[in-house]
Design a protein around this ligand. Structure first.
Ligand SMILES: Nc1ncnc2c1ncn2[C@@H]1O[C@H](COP(=O)(O)OP(=O)(O)OP(=O)(O)O)[C@@H](O)[C@H]1O
Ligand SMILES: [Mg+2]
Length: 368
């Protein structure tokens, strides 16, 4: 945070849409920019090793049914490895967090897997009996689509909650495929919310208050306490994302294992520091998830290694491979967890969810 004036910091809170000057923030922090050095070294490792289909982590069980299996091949190793991982998952139960975990899934870089990670982690946890809410605050409404939630313009949505003070309970819809998963959808109206929020009272606090009220509502209705709330952020650092950072206790940053994905990471971390300083001191970057990992490229493994070196305690061991099943699930209005539960992609998201739950339980045990 060194080098930032108080005026700059306050301007983030007050006028986030106009004043979060991403270039200025990035320039001021060049001397501490982990992300930039990561990006540089990643660029040196851009050679692609041609490889066979069986080495691709994206290869799914269904694909493999059509391949001939030679036990001495990497494919056989991969199958053995996946079988072992599935067994390990089967034998472990997910701990229930002491308190509701509020996780903002954020990265102002577009297309890095925020929505995919939000919906699949939420589905993985809900499938295993935990009570989960997904709040879609991206006007694109991709999380709503992937969870099979109606988000046509005429549907009441998170826009009405943030702008018109409609209670969250009135816009919540149940995910058709998973009993314990509920969703606050985003509609196209949310596109105007960044501007409309500017003139509203307590504009940075509106999501936090709505979530608090919703928790009370559930308690008064005798509904189960939520274990996890995931907020799927848009690819920007405007007031919608500020609302998510103020409402959340944790930030989960998906990082795509490719060169450009590391750009802007220092800027994101600096904005989070500003939020910690002025609006939500308990916000913690608890989790970094490596996404779209392509084992055929040296670049992917170099990027993953560099990110792990710089953020050793935040990066999950589980890595999400680039996978056709993951990318096609939303077109069936599903998560990969329900669309193809036996795929490598589903396995990886189940592992990531399990790790998030267990790391949370370890932190809980130190609080007791
Ligand atoms: N592991 C993966 N394998 C293959 N494709 C993936 C994977 N993860 C995400 N994708 C695809 O990459 C694209 C971007 O993913 P996603 O929408 O989750 O990113 P995002 O960060 O939410 O994007 P935005 O910034 O636009 O909100 C989507 O088409 C998605 O289906
Ligand atoms: Mg998205």
């Amino acid at each position: 945070m060194k080098g930032k004036s108080r005026e700059d910091s306050e301007s983030l809170a007050k006028d986030a849409p106009e004043d979060v000057d991403v270039e200025t923030v990035a320039e001021e922090h060049t001397e501490t920019s982990d992300a930039d050095s990561l990006a540089d070294s990643a660029s040196e490792a851009s050679s692609v090793e041609p490889n066979e289909a069986e080495n691709n982590p994206a290869t799914t069980a269904t694909d493999r049914d059509f391949m001939e299996i030679d036990e001495s091949t990497p494919l056989a190793n991969q199958i053995a490895n996946e079988t072992k991982r599935r067994e390990e998952l089967k034998n472990s139960t997910l701990p229930i967090p002491l308190e509701t975990r509020f996780i903002s899934v954020s990265n102002q870089k577009g297309g890095v897997g925020k929505t995919t990670s939000t919906v699949n982690l939420a589905a993985a946890l809900a499938k295993q009996g935990l009570h989960v809410l997904v709040v879609d605050i991206d006007p694109q409404g991709n999380a709503s689509t992937a969870l099979g939630i109606d988000h046509r313009a005429e549907v009441d949505s998170i826009y009405d909650v943030l702008i018109n003070d409609v209670p969250l309970a009135e816009v919540i819809q149940k995910c058709p495929d998973l009993d314990n998963l509920v969703v606050a959808p985003a509609t196209i109206h949310l596109a105007g919310a960044e501007i409309e929020l500017v003139s509203l009272v307590a504009r940075e606090q509106r999501l936090r208050r709505a979530l608090e009220e919703y928790a009370n509502h559930r308690a008064s209705e005798g509904e189960a306490r939520l274990d996890y709330i995931f907020i799927d952020c848009p690819p920007s650092l405007g007031l919608l994302t500020v609302n998510a950072f103020v409402a959340a206790k944790e930030v989960l940053i998906p990082i795509q294992c490719e060169y450009y994905a590391l750009e802007g990471l220092s800027q994101l971390l600096n904005n989070i520091k500003l939020i910690q300083k002025h609006l939500n001191e308990s916000l913690d970057v608890s989790t970094i998830l490596l996404t779209m990992y392509d084992g055929r490229t040296n670049l992917a493994s170099q990027v993953a290694a560099e990110v792990r070196e710089h953020f050793p305690s935040e990066v999950l061991d589980a890595v999400i491979p680039r996978s056709v099943r993951i990318s096609e699930a939303p077109s069936y209005q599903q998560t990969v967890i329900t669309y193809d539960p036996n795929s490598t992609g589903a396995l990886s998201y189940l592992e990531a969810a399990s790790e998030i739950a267990k790391r949370g339980a370890e932190k809980d045990s130190t609080k007791k």
